[in-house]
Write a protein that binds this ligand. Sequence first.
Ligand SMILES: *Cc1c(COP(=O)(O)O)cnc(C)c1O
Length: 500
Amino acid sequence: MNYTSTRDNNVKVQSKQAISQGISKDGGLFIPTEIPKISQADLELLRNADYPQRAQFILSKFLTDYSAQEINDCVVKAYTGGKFEDDENVAPVVNINNFNYMLELWHGPTCAFKDMALQLLPHLLTCAAKTTSDGKEIVILVATSGDTGKAALEGFKDVKDTKIMVFYPEDGVSPMQKLQMVTQEGENVSVCAIKGNFDDAQTSVKKIFTSDEINSKLEENKMQFSSANSINWGRLVPQIVYYFSSYLELMETGEIDYAGEKINIVVPTGNFGNILAAYYAMQMGLPVNKLICASNSNNILTEFLETGVYNRNRDFYTTISPSMDILISSNLERLLYHLTGCDDAKVRGYMNDLSQNGRYEVDDDIKSKLSDLFFAGSCDDEQTKETIKELFETENYLCDTHTAVAYNVCKQYREKTGDDKTPSIIASTASPFKFTDSVLKAVSDGSEISDEFQKVQELSVISGAAIPKGLSELDGKEIRFNDVCTDETMKEAVYKMLKF
Ligand SMILES: *Cc1c(COP(=O)(O)O)cnc(C)c1O
């Protein structure tokens, strides 16, 4: 199967190249030129398979230049051997109430859904590099809104022939997220704060990626950049797997009566990666009624999906769901490419408008496709907290702030459309203990405690939920990284890390 660029249809590479390169030279994103199909018979066949087998099946449809053995090795390393809390059930599906199910994607080492892909990506990448990068060391640059950074560090730490450098917005991550990153172990890792928000970090990192000067400097030193952000195709494919897997779980428990019955998928959205994976699953043949896109107060996607106008000339809010505090949702570019019928010129035009004027508008044909596929909604911090409280008090289920946004928008969808019977899979993207402060405030009257780990204890006592090991072991851990940079000094920070 071939891959091309959203901004240039002349690009033609295989998946190993797409994954090791991360982003196309023209600034576009790699996409498959066709979407493989999964039949209802396949679904029946996969029903009794375990998670690694399901992953093997789906990955092999897209990663056709990897051998079956290579994919198997990668999948086994990622999803077995105790990386996730329960090897038998990597991504549990939990019934909340009538036809609403949480797909818990945060039982990996860093307690956010990013682990689902980032435990696998380093193996896909180093395997690809053997073929495509003739011995070059891979340098991973990451811009993070909080969770990707830690998950990437944990995935790449001490992986041979790789280095990883993470940039996070100085005041844009939760205390726990920050602590997870600045205490990161490993010989090949580095972490740096950047002044500004996530969009600034992402834009600066993209600039470094495409800088000729910096790239030739790497070349001289037998190194090559790649990306662990969801612009990398190797991040998206693993995410397609769990949507299929959740459907198969519902078939297993009899909550779906037959292969073909439709579900809704609700995703708390930031960079549009996770919901795009659900779109791909749907295009492959997963029976989906609506993709429900949930945003916080940074509701640029809600507006876009409703009006066809993408306008980032607006206030940026720092919310209690920081991993969704994003105004430039990179992966939307991939959706636009597919919905325009692979019109690279049109996508280039939109992206140009976005960088020049901060705005673009799609035509009526695309608007109508968008409204067929998606329902969009948003909720603010107050509603987020109320939702956490309501779920806790009525269903005895403790969820994090991002998942609460999704649940709230799922309810909005049900009320607005009257669809109260289609099973809805809600992507639960982080452990509540990763956002302890906000979650604690939502479920208790407020606490006087200021120490993060005492808050974690208190939340555990109140809720009866166990504290994930990956978080409790951070208490008292040595801080390794204090550096702060700006857009202008990011280059120096990269050079320092690479010892140039
Ligand atoms: C990254 C993240 C999101 C947003 O996912 P996208 O793929 O960027 O849309 C939502 N919730 C949590 C907890 C995250 O870490």
